[in-house]
Design a protein. Structure first.
Length: 170
C-alpha cells in the first residue's frame, strides 16, 4: 500500500512538473511573439511619424494601412479602404501635423493583434493647441508583414497620457 501511494505521488509530481515546464515554454513563446509584434508595429509607427513629418500621405496609406482598412473616430466619418483614406491624408488639416505614437497596451495572438496607443498631434497651425487621441489599432500579419486593418480613436480629455503611467506594466 505504501508503494502504491509512493508511485501515485511520483506520477502526480511528474505531471505537475511537466505542466509547469510546458506552461513556462508557452509563456516564453507568448513573450517572444509579443516582443516581435511590438517591434514590428513600432517600425510601422516610426514610418508613419516620418511620413507625417515629410507630408507624405501616400506612404501612410499604402505602407501602413491594409487595402481593406476601416477607420473612424470621434467626429469623423467612417472611412473604408485605402481610396477613402487617401482623400483624408491629402487634406492639409490632416497631413500638415506632426504626430507621435506611443503604445500603452498591446496584445497579439498568432496573425492578429491590437494596440492601444496615445496619438499625440501637434497641429501646423500654431493657434491650435496640441492634443492627443486614444487610438486602437487593429493589426493582421499577412505573408510575414503586419498591416493595420483598422483604427478607432477618441480625443483624450483626461489630460494625461496613458503611456506614461502604463508603459512599465507591459
Amino acid at each position: 500500500m505504501n508503494v502504491a501511494r509512493w508511485r501515485r505521488g511520483w506520477v502526480i509530481g511528474g505531471v505537475a512538473a511537466l505542466w509547469l515546464a510546458f506552461g513556462s515554454l508557452a509563456s516564453a513563446a507568448d513573450n517572444a511573439q509579443l516582443a516581435a509584434f511590438k517591434k514590428a508595429i513600432r517600425a510601422k509607427y516610426d514610418m508613419k511619424q516620418k511620413a507625417f513629418h515629410e507630408r507624405d500621405g501616400e506612404t501612410i496609406v499604402t505602407k501602413f494601412y491594409a487595402e481593406d482598412v476601416v477607420s473612424t473616430g470621434e467626429g469623423s466619418p467612417l472611412h473604408r479602404g485605402r481610396a477613402e483614406l487617401r482623400k483624408l491624408y491629402q487634406t492639409p488639416e490632416v497631413i500638415e501635423n506632426e504626430v507621435r505614437i506611443t503604445s500603452f497596451h498591446t496584445h497579439v495572438n498568432g496573425n492578429a493583434g491590437w494596440d492601444w496607443a496615445d496619438f499625440h498631434v501637434t497641429p501646423a497651425d500654431t493657434r491650435v493647441a496640441p492634443f492627443t487621441f486614444k487610438i486602437l489599432f487593429l493589426w493582421e500579419n499577412v505573408n510575414g508583414e503586419w498591416w493595420c486593418k483598422g483604427d478607432m480613436y477618441v480625443i483624450d480629455k483626461s489630460g494625461g497620457a496613458a503611456a506614461t503611467t502604463e508603459a512599465a506594466t507591459q
